[in-house]
Design a protein around this ligand. Structure first.
Ligand code: CDP
Ligand code: CDP
Length: 218
């Protein structure tokens, strides 16, 4: 039995996990784990150190001595802020390609669990409720239509100064969802005890309110 509560928020790409998780954590005064950022940092490192996305053993070695820090929402690789660099769609797609390897996932487990500290943690990703924190106090699975998600990601990318194309985004999102859902290692799926929340027609505040209410109600 673990005394530090965890709220897990899993779901497909651009379903709103990161945004909702950060706001729920702020409301409750909890710590935050953006597990996708870890996979994105590993993807960025694999590009920089020229490790192929299918070279599982080399990726594990890379992940084992990844020099990363998270501070106030900023992600650093080797002491340099890369918060914006890891948000590129190409990095998300590469993260998904390296995340299929079970040994790579295993190499990231301890780093993720280390985020569990008092007074509590909100963790978002794909397997937070199913694999990393199976004893979470509340498990949420966010969904939204692929069109709603592509539109959100489009706006987000443009806002960050990346170029984006709606047709490419829709194709990439579908491809990434399929890869994340169909892989053997920790596939994207709701935990048996997860609460489903479709955010297609919800504002961010409404989604946050629902999660906080569920947490308070249990
Ligand atoms: O972390 P994930 O990829 O699941 O999604 P996100 O980066 O948190 O959200 C993608 C975009 O959708 C952000 O720009 C959010 O502001 C937006 N969003 C929204 O418009 N409505 C929601 N209910 C949730 C997120
Ligand atoms: O923001 P978005 O939902 O597009 O992606 P992300 O959460 O930053 O994750 C990027 C990729 O990392 C995903 O497509 C997954 O393949 C992988 N990932 C994973 O396998 N397990 C996690 N807990 C988080 C991310």
């Amino acid at each position: 039995y673990h005394q530090t509560p965890v709220i897990t928020i899993d779901g497909p790409t651009a379903s709103g996990k990161g945004t909702v998780a950060a706001l729920v954590a702020a409301r409750l005064g909890f710590h935050l784990l953006d597990s996708g950022a870890l996979y994105r940092l590993a993807a960025l490192a694999s590009l920089r150190y020229d490790v192929a996305p299918d070279a599982a053993d080399a990726l594990v070695a890379l992940v084992d001595d990844l020099h990363i820090t998270f501070r106030e929402g900023l992600a650093q690789l080797d002491g340099v802020d890369v918060s914006d660099d890891i948000r590129a769609e190409a990095i998300g797609n590469r993260a998904s390609a390296i995340a299929v390897h079970q040994p790579v996932r295993a190499a990231l487990v301890a780093r993720q669990r280390a985020f569990r500290k008092q007074p509590g943690l909100v963790a978002d990703g794909r397997d937070m409720g199913t694999v990393i924190f199976p004893d979470a106090a509340l498990k949420v699975f966010l969904t939204a239509s692929v069109e709603a998600r592509a539109e959100r990601r489009y706006k987000q990318l443009i806002q960050k100064g990346f170029s984006a194309n709606m047709d490419d985004l829709l194709r990439d999102l579908r491809e990434r969802d399929a890869r994340d859902t169909n892989r053997a290692a920790a596939p994207l799926k709701p935990a048996a005890d997860a609460k489903l929340l479709d955010t297609s027609a919800l504002s961010i505040d409404e989604a946050v309110d629902q999660v906080v209410q569920w947490y308070g109600a249990q």
